[in-house]
Ligand binder design. Structure first.
Ligand SMILES: [Zn+2]
Length: 438
């Protein structure tokens, strides 16, 4: 077993390019100390057993629950001014922050529109999770945050493993307490590597301040009518973060990172029972059914799995087995990421906020919301009208303000999910805030 893994550090991956650094991280850890290969193997076995135990408990109804957990996310964005401009400046970056959270929520809930493309033989195993994501609105010190921070750098790009980006005193931005926040760093990794992740199982080799996900700026967010066109070719639907967060919750690549081998021939599996064996990563936009040496008969390989390397348009499912593995790492109270899902207050704006970003002197919560939203503002604000506008600029909700009222409940539950702009018309002018319905 150890020989197989050690072989990986000398046999160069045969992929033309690595889209994700999951295997590079493991190779680097082994290069540091060959005995780490055994530790990695043991970690993988533990994760697998934890997931299997979880699945047994679910089936035995010991843990039956439909409750969701919401993970507070913070984006640490470290880019040059030119790179920020390529993303559309501050407003373009903000747009990507919002639509990236929406992609995560859609994909993890199996509410992504392209779930309809899951081929019939794979439909019974396609899984939606109970994990949701929200922008953090409270920093570790309790003050307010829009859920992202931007640092302008002069470093044009970061080479893997980009540790410098994770420390403020090295020109990057420090992680926020990784037991409370999912830290995502957005930097320029060049054009082939899209992202990589340090999950808790690698803590034996990494400091906890480096826990989290790194993605390259050309793979950040989703192309929409209003985002600027800069995206890495084929990577414009926000699926890089879906994939990397899968690694954060301890999923591994669907082909098992074994350079073309099959599980029945000395190769690694992904440890998930309901994904078909697969020899190597997919690329581009494969057509169903696609066969390979490990899955030579119908229905072939699951190239549309988020943990493969197909283009974003060709990725649209997790399996139930993958969902169980992710759940086993965050839902049970003894799970490694349990504390990430039990602090919904970090998603709310602090009360008495005076220093929130300049165009937001009204509060909107919860945001994201499932329909009923409270808009709150100071007495004597001079508010005259509240309007909600969809992304096409159409007013979909409107109400007159009352001069003494400081809290408004807006019911948007009949609107389709997605991003909206809440516009407050004051005597002195108009102020807006983005809001997500999910
Ligand atoms: Zn990966």
């Amino acid at each position: 077993m150890m020989m197989t893994l050690m072989g990986l550090c000398v046999v160069k991956n045969t992929q033309a390019q690595d889209k994700c650094g999951a295997q590079m991280i493991k190779e680097a850890i082994i290069a540091q100390n060959p005995s780490n290969a055994l530790v990695l193997k043991q970690q993988e076995e533990q994760i697998k057993q934890r997931a299997e135990a979880y699945q047994r408990d679910i089936e035995g109804v010991k843990m039956k629950t439909t409750a969701t957990v919401t993970v507070p996310v913070v984006f640490h964005i470290i880019l040059t001014s030119a790179q920020q401009t390529a993303l559309g400046g501050i407003s373009g970056i903000e747009e990507r922050v919002y639509n990236q959270i929406q992609v995560l929520n859609d994909d993890y809930a199996k509410l992504n529109a392209d779930t309809a493309f899951v081929p019939t033989p794979f439909k019974p195993v396609a899984g939606g999770s109970q994990i949701r994501f929200g922008l953090a609105h409270r920093k570790p010190d309790g003050t307010s945050t829009p859920g992202y921070e931007i640092r302008t750098t002069t470093s044009a790009s970061y080479a893997f493993p980009a540790s410098g980006a994770k420390y403020t005193n090295q020109g990057g931005l420090d992680a926020w307490d990784p037991s409370l926040y999912l830290n995502v760093w957005v930097i320029n990794l060049g054009t082939s590597l899209l992202g990589f992740t340090v999950p808790r199982s690698l803590l034996f080799s990494f400091p906890s301040q480096e826990l989290g996900v790194v993605i390259t700026h050309g793979a950040f967010g989703k192309r929409t009518a209003s985002t600027t066109p800069y995206f890495i070719s084929g990577i414009d639907k926000g699926r890089t973060l879906t994939h990397e967060v899968g690694h954060y919750f301890e999923l591994i690549h669907i082909w098992g990172d074994d350079n073309g081998l099959c599980p029945n021939n000395g190769g690694q599996d992904d440890g998930i029972a309901d994904t078909p064996p697969q020899a190597n990563s997919s690329s581009g936009v494969p057509i169903f059914p696609t066969y390979d040496a490990c899955s030579p008969t119908y229905p072939g390989i699951m190239f549309m799995n988020y943990m493969d390397y197909s283009n974003d348009t060709a990725l649209y499912m997790f399996t139930n087995g993958q969902v169980a593995r992710m759940h086993s790492n965050i839902l049970p109270s003894n799970s490694q990421d349990y504390t990430l899902g039990i602090h919904p207050e970090l998603l709310d704006w602090p009360t008495g906020v005076t220093n929130i970003i300049s165009d937001n002197n009204f509060l909107l919560y919860p945001n994201p919301s499932s329909g009923k939203v409270t808009l709150s503002l100071a007495a004597g604000s001079g508010l005259q009208q509240i309007e909600v506008v969809n992304l096409l600029g159409k007013i979909v909700y409107s109400t007159q303000a009352q001069s003494t009222q400081t809290n408004y409940t807006i019911d948007l539950s009949l609107l389709s999910k997605g991003m909206y702009v809440v516009r407050c018309v004051f005597k002195e002018g108009i102020q807006t805030q983005k809001m997500m319905l999910e």
